[in-house]
Ligand binder design. Structure first.
Ligand code: CA
Length: 195
């Protein structure tokens, strides 16, 4: 093992490494992610103090989408990643999300997408939440939707119609969302475009 890896590994407790190995990454991959994570967290170079606050998180996405406005979408992402809601994303929370995005099965990925769409975490998604997310996605791409707002609404209504086939009043629960997406290839393709 490289000396540098030893130093990094010493910053993680045995319990943390044990938990991290339950993600789908091996020890060497975890250390690679850890190295990248600590680097992106600025000057706090130890596990206990390394975390991404919202500003760092938004900055990171801004670099990826220089022509759009990522703030709205990123705030939603941040809330989903920050599982204990303490205003920062620590390495354990970060790896939880990364392991689903990179190596999770379809159900886990859909469940994560549901959490993103359920922006206030009430356990369901509806037309208003989907409209908000659609606006945020347009912002990221730098598309001005004000002139074609009806098109945006129509897209959301089509989506709702597919997700809410049993007409349960437009409130789509997590299990229903996953079930509908699993059974509808159009829906799967649509959502995978927004990975
Ligand atoms: Ca947190």
């Amino acid at each position: 093992m490289k000396e540098n890896d030893e130093i990094l590994e010493q910053q993680l407790t045995d319990e943390q490494i044990k938990q991290l190995l339950q993600t789908r990454f091996n020890r060497s991959e975890i250390l690679d992610w850890y190295r990248a994570f600590v680097k992106n967290c600025g000057n706090n170079r130890s596990f206990l103090t390394s975390s991404l606050n919202k500003t760092l998180f938004i900055d990171y996405f801004n670099q990826l989408h220089p022509n759009g406005n990522v703030t709205r979408l990123t705030e939603t992402f941040f809330r989903t990643y920050d599982m204990n809601n303490d205003g920062r994303i620590d390495f354990m929370e970060f790896m939880h999300a990364v392991s689903i995005i990179r190596r999770g099965d379809l159900t886990e990925k859909l469940s994560l997408i549901f959490s993103l769409l359920d922006s206030d975490q009430q356990g369901y998604i509806d037309r208003l939440k989907l409209v908000n997310i659609m606006e945020a996605l347009y912002d990221v791409k730098g598309i001005d939707y004000n002139d074609s707002y009806n098109v945006l609404l129509r897209k959301v209504d089509n989506l709702i119609a597919k997700l809410d086939k049993d007409k349960e009043g437009g409130r789509i629960l997590r299990y229903k969302f996953i079930e509908s997406c699993m059974n509808d290839s159009t829906l799967r393709d649509l959502l995978s475009a927004y990975k």
